[in-house]
Design a protein around this ligand. Structure first.
Ligand SMILES: [Fe+2]
Ligand SMILES: [Fe+2]
Length: 307
């Protein structure tokens, strides 16, 4: 798997949605599970600027190749979220994207600042901390594209399939970058390998957890991966990450699925009730997120004037 940063910089662009049959979105049904996953995925795509803020406070920000990648990556991810939102709106689910994004961020509250500061401290205390972030980047990109593949399979929705297949091509490039960067950092660096493995086994969580609750993460895992094909996909994913230096035999995504199954076994309503009750709305923030957190003044849309 090769990756050229020069080529990526030249070719990076927003996902091309030309020719997608948007008019056909309502012609094919989406199940509650499909809709639950789409909301989850949209929120996490839209959360990328906050993940970026974490990467930029690590030592990794000293690497111009990494920062060039991040500049393009962040832009591409923006359009993934936008287009999933567009599909949901066309399907008839009404929400204002900017409000939703602002509410997701505002609901994190102080937790985001604490996490940012501990990432910064960890990175500057441990030289090889960046290896952990690069590996997590690889896992997140690979689980995102695996999740999109699973949703294509589960939904059988042709327009969604078309959109997600285009997004998956971007995610593959992102995965290649993170994987190769992590590999470079870990190769012949036993200390980095030890830190990486230790951190992944203890602090790693599936993409989206933290923004989403454990039960929401479990609902996504159960809907997408709780069948033979899904489990196989996750074992394959772990095997790919296990090829990184020092990570042989590591179990992450498959372990997350088994833990989700165990929680459902103990309480059969767990996770599934989130889907059944259509709990994909986001609670409004207690304070006005845009106005109070950024001091931006919200103005009423101007009436178009004719002369
Ligand atoms: Fe994405
Ligand atoms: Fe991505």
């Amino acid at each position: 798997m090769s990756f050229s940063i020069e080529r990526y910089k030249e070719e990076s662009k927003k996902v091309d949605v030309t020719g997608i049959a948007w008019d056909d979105v309502t012609r094919h049904p989406l199940s509650k599970g499909d809709l639950f996953c789409l909301h989850y995925m949209m929120d996490i795509e839209n959360h990328v600027p906050l993940y970026l803020s974490h990467l930029l406070v690590t030592r990794a920000c000293m690497d111009p190749i990494l920062t060039a990648f991040l500049a393009c990556w962040n832009y591409e991810e923006l359009w993934h979220g936008e287009n999933i939102g567009r599909l949901l709106n066309l399907y008839g689910i009404e929400f204002d994207t900017q409000d939703r994004i602002a509410n997701v961020r505002a609901n994190l509250g102080f937790q985001n600042s604490v996490s940012l500061m501990s990432t910064m401290a960890g990175s500057w205390l441990l030289k090889d901390f960046s290896a952990v972030y690069l590996t997590i980047g690889a896992i997140n990109e690979l689980s995102t594209l695996t999740g999109y593949g699973a949703l294509i399979r589960k939904s059988g929705h042709p327009v969604l399939k078309d959109l997600l297949s285009r997004i998956i091509k971007d995610e593959r490039r992102h995965y290649a970058f993170y994987y190769n960067s992590a590999k470079e950092w870990l190769t012949a660096n036993e200390r980095a390998q030890r830190i990486d493995r230790w951190m992944l086994n203890r602090v790693w969580v599936p993409v989206g957890q933290g923004v989403k609750t454990q039960e929401e993460v479990d609902a996504l895992a159960m809907y997408l991966f709780d069948d033979e094909q899904g489990e196989e996909d996750l074992l394959e994913l772990d095997a790919k990450i296990g090829k990184l230096p020092g990570l042989s035999g590591i179990k992450l995504m498959s372990k997350a699925l088994y833990s989700a199954r165990e929680r459902v076994r103990r309480d059969p309503r767990w996770a599934w009730r989130r889907i059944d009750n259509e709990e994909w709305a986001i609670k409004p923030a207690k304070k006005s997120p845009v106005g109070q957190l950024t001091t931006r003044k919200l103005t009423e849309p101007q009436e178009a004037t004719t002369s």
